[in-house]
Design a protein around this ligand. Structure first.
Ligand SMILES: Nc1nc2c(ncn2[C@@H]2O[C@H](COP(=O)(O)OP(=O)(O)OP(=O)(O)O)[C@@H](O)[C@H]2O)c(=O)[nH]1
Ligand SMILES: [Mg+2]
Length: 298
């Protein structure tokens, strides 16, 4: 309490484990510490917690309408351990919000952050690095990986970070596969490119390796850059916007059917006894849903 007295924020003193008549008289001792308001609670039994919340609630800043937040593009930052995911998120936030270190496995839980760039808001999720399955511990790390995969599933776009120095590994391919399987949009960021400055063959080599490892991902935009360089961050946002527009695009039914009829004219459905198939006229196409997010209960 002496330590906390110096802070300028509102302080609430909660005395825990007050859940039996015998523990109640103990409160008097705590009042002697010189505060006029204590909150006796029992965390285990939920006693007194409502009173504490009631006291805190009026002091909380009002948050954005959560509906509005739901509409924002969600971007998961994914990749192997130590590729620079947390560094990227911190750079975007301009503050040391998430822990960065050169020890792989620093991030354990997905963390959401609200990022504003040129009046557009995004929710970025820093995720735990995903290691090769055989190497993952069963305990904490196993759950971290599971939560990373779920965070990717909840996002619209995954920014897959690759290590510009170590090159493309099989594990990168696996993570890309997980992004695809969950139907997310994807941008690749070849990070730590600052360390390859002056290496003229770097780009060519990387691209070659990349095409070999990612033949299934040629549609994803690639950015060579560095999480610690502001210019890389500036180049990331236009890509995010483009990809998000495509990801949430709804193709009008008319356009789809014009396309379908054109295709059917080139590749007619099998005709029976030289009569054009009735299917050709009846064939109809419409986009019934948006991006591949399974609706609740679907
Ligand atoms: N030179 C250089 N170093 C970088 C860059 N980005 C990250 N690093 C360094 O790479 C190391 C790992 O960075 P983190 O951001 O902790 O990596 P992470 O992907 O979040 O790692 P996990 O949380 O363990 O999965 C740190 O020492 C960073 O300083 C970069 O663009 N250039
Ligand atoms: Mg991290």
């Amino acid at each position: 309490m002496r330590l906390l007295r110096g802070v300028t924020k509102p302080l609430f003193y909660a005395i825990n484990k007050i859940d039996t008549p015998k523990s109640e008289p103990l409160l008097a001792d705590f009042y002697q510490l010189g505060t006029d308001q204590l909150y006796p609670v029992s965390a285990e039994h939920g006693l007194g917690v409502a009173e504490l919340l009631d006291a805190i609630y009026p002091l909380l800043p009002s948050v954005d309408d959560s509906d509005q937040l739901q509409q924002l593009p969600r971007v998961a930052v994914a990749g192997r351990p130590n590729v620079g995911k947390s560094t990227l998120v911190n750079a975007l936030l301009g503050e040391e919000r998430v822990v960065v270190s050169n020890i792989p496995g620093t991030t354990r839980d997905p963390i959401d952050s609200l990022v504003t760039y040129q009046d557009q808001r995004y929710i970025f999720t820093d995720t735990a690095g995903i290691r090769r399955r055989g190497k993952i511990d069963r305990g904490v790390e196993g759950y971290s990986v599971l939560r990373s995969l779920r965070a990717i599933g909840r996002s619209d776009i995954a920014v897959l970070l690759l290590d510009g120095v170590e090159g493309v590994t099989e594990q990168d391919t696996k993570i890309a596969g997980a992004i695809l399987k969950q139907g997310r949009a994807c941008i690749l960021l070849i990070n730590k490119w600052d360390l390859r400055a002056g290496d003229e063959k770097a780009r060519e080599e990387y691209e070659l390796e990349f095409r070999r490892r990612f033949p299934f991902l040629t549609w994803a935009p690639i950015l060579y850059g560095s999480a610690i360089k502001p210019e890389s961050l500036r180049r990331l946002f236009p890509l995010l916007n483009d990809v998000h527009t495509m990801f949430t695009k709804r193709v009008p039914t008319g356009t789809l059917n014009t396309w379908l009829q054109k295709i059917l004219a080139i590749h007619p459905l099998p005709a029976r006894k030289h009569k054009p198939s009735a299917m050709t006229k009846a064939a109809f196409i419409t986009q019934v849903g948006g991006h591949l997010v399974p609706a609740e209960g679907e």
